[in-house]
Design a protein around this ligand. Structure first.
Ligand code: ADP
Ligand code: MG
Length: 216
């Protein structure tokens, strides 16, 4: 899924988080967004998700201009093609891994008959088939992030947004996650935008990089 920012600015009241940002990410790209804490990385991700509204400029995702996407139906349709993973996992603690994934599928009206086999497939992809019936508290950090990736993959996304996904992982688990993302990008052609301040990943993968500094 293409993502285009055309001179995008975002302010929160008096605070300018992003200043006239322009870039073009092509379908199938794997792009890193780097920058110090407070440089605007999460704001960039939230803008793509429409969790926050842009102040000025234009955002076009999958050919849809966000300013023209007025109806709820259209926003929802686009949102269903985007999988997300965060630093703090955001799994529901009193649901099993399987139930967490099923809940996400239920929200997007996925055919209930196909949910169990879909969960089989995505858990196999992240090597967590044997954790299916456990609760989040029973998993390690690396496993939790892979469970989140499985949940993101279950909707068969065209775009994966990963906001500091390795932030709570040790380096072995961080590398495992990066390898999985690289694999998904190469084998399935899924566009991936990942924020990080781990520059060693960025260097070793040799992908395009957007570097933010104080919102610019
Ligand atoms: P990063 O993810 O790179 O750490 P953020 O996008 O979270 O950066 O934040 C960019 C700037 O915007 C920071 O100065 C931050 O304090 C500010 N900011 C982020 N979210 C809000 C908000 N909801 N209200 C006010 N200021 C915010
Ligand atoms: Mg952030």
């Amino acid at each position: 899924m293409d993502v285009v920012f055309d001179s995008v600015s975002k302010s929160y009241g008096p605070i300018t988080a992003l200043k006239e940002i322009s870039f073009e990410i092509k379908k199938g790209d794997f792009v890193f967004v780097v920058g110090a804490s407070g440089s605007g990385k999460s704001t960039l991700i939230k803008l793509i998700l429409r969790q926050v509204k842009l102040s000025t400029g234009r955002i076009i995702v999958g050919g849809s201009d966000y300013l023209k996407l007025k109806s709820f139906h259209n926003i929802d349709k686009l949102r269903r093609k985007i999988g997300v993973i965060f630093q703090d996992f955001q799994l529901i603690s009193d649901l099993t891994i399987e139930e967490n994934i099923a809940l996400g599928l239920d929200i997007v009206n996925f055919d209930p008959h196909l949910i169990p086999s879909n969960i089989d497939v995505v858990l196999k992809k992240v090597k967590l088939s044997n954790r299916r019936f456990l609760f989040p508290s029973q998993l390690s950090g690396g496993e939790l992030q892979r469970a989140c990736l499985a949940r993101a993959l279950s909707i068969d996304p065209e775009l994966i947004l990963a906001d500091e996904p390795t932030g709570n992982l040790d380096s072995v688990n961080a590398w495992n996650l990066i390898k999985l993302l690289k694999d998904i990008n190469e084998k399935q052609g899924t566009t991936i935008i990942m924020t990080t301040h781990h520059l060693d990943f960025v260097k070793s993968l040799e992908k395009n990089v957007i570097t933010l500094s104080k919102g610019s």
